[in-house]
Design a protein. Sequence first.
Length: 495
Amino acid sequence: MSEQPGARTAEGLVEGRRQENHAVFRGIPYAQPPVGPLRFQAPAPVEGWAGTKRTAEFGPVVPQAGPTAESSVGNDWLTLNVSTPALGTAGLPVLVWIHGGAYIAGASSDPMYDPASLTSAGLVVVSINYRVAAEGFALVEGAPANRGLLDQIAALEWVRRNIAAFGGDPDQVTVAGQSAGAGSIAALLTMKRTHGLFRRAIVHSVPGTLCTRVLAEEVTAALASRVGAAPDIEALSGIDPLRLAGELTALGVDLPGHRKRWGRLSQIGVAVCPVLDGVVLTETPWTALAGGRTGGIELLVGHTRDEFRLFSVMMGRLGTFTEDEARTALDLFAPAPDGADAYRAAYPQANPEELIELVYSDALFRMPSLRLAQANQAAGGTSFLFELQLTAQASGGVLGACHSLDVPLAFGTLDSPTGRHLFGDRPTPVVSVVSRELQRAWVRFAATGDPGWPAHRPGRRLTRVLDIESKTLPYPEEASRQIWERHDPAPFDLA
């Protein structure tokens, strides 16, 4: 008899492995491999198996785009992982992690997402792989749109069916994600298919990146032309996934050349994102919540203070932005018609670099996060807000409180490669204190719906500010809030 932990799913028996005081299962398929006749299709139900499936290794990742893309061998891209402190009918709260990566990259196997600390605190943690880049988000003629989101729904349906066997309570599921993962969750909030699949949501750095159908069609046509194919399912299914991902990377580099036609999309370095296709996604999360077409839930929302700093450092542009570039950024991303003037009036001492960082941080992450919290509250939900102001100590603090800084703090993975890149090999005691506070907030919220500070409501707008001395204060980005007060994020469209 095996000494390794096992569980019976609706599809068959799985065997994981013991890790310290909990059981870990990796690479469990939740849908069939989306290749061959299933390529560019909605996820197909996974077939059951006889005997016991060994699930000790992470599943392969879909071919990805961008400078941080991962690669692996195999095409069983739709798998998930479970980490649990107690098998059987323990009825523990469940946290389902949806990774970020700009909708073009990312994988649940990233050491930054190691769930050991959260599992030790009493959560059953599920992390998923889903289709990204062209496989998941290119709008292909004859194929369903937003396949990456459909994959996430299939994974959540698996959790609903099976999580009790791993000690989880299917009625106590919290979905959590950062960046593209948070944007995915915001989109899931609008879909009738997700009702009953999760009770609460944690979203960090919600991106305001959605595309209109007409723009997405042009992007796919441009991508298809690079590989000499028509932009339809028949032609693109014949193109090797790795080649298509590579051409999507190249198209991302070439985006600035499409500015006159593709407008704001041309400035963000990423060519694909969720599409308002009229079927899977019919409207933005902000308008759906504000218009009462979807109900509010218990929602924990956060962003960092210096969201855009990470990207300016990665591009090698920190300290080099010009007035002309600031003018372009304000014209494209400040809310119309007078947002550019409002930024200059609200921040009169800001130099071009600071203006660019402000408007990109606001338009891409900070204001979409804030506006989602407000819309959720207006729709009858309860929203809790935080801002991370702790400065990354590595590299002399040049990254500030940048995008993604919150993820290793929440997972307690300060010793992961990303954690060391942000906090150095020896994080200060303050970093460990903030990490423990954010972890406790996650665990408490997943269990009770309350992270430990007051909800964000009109008038007071209380926000937990995480820093050397964390405090609950009025929303700290008040000037930006006023600029965006009547402006929800609008989908990218043709210029």
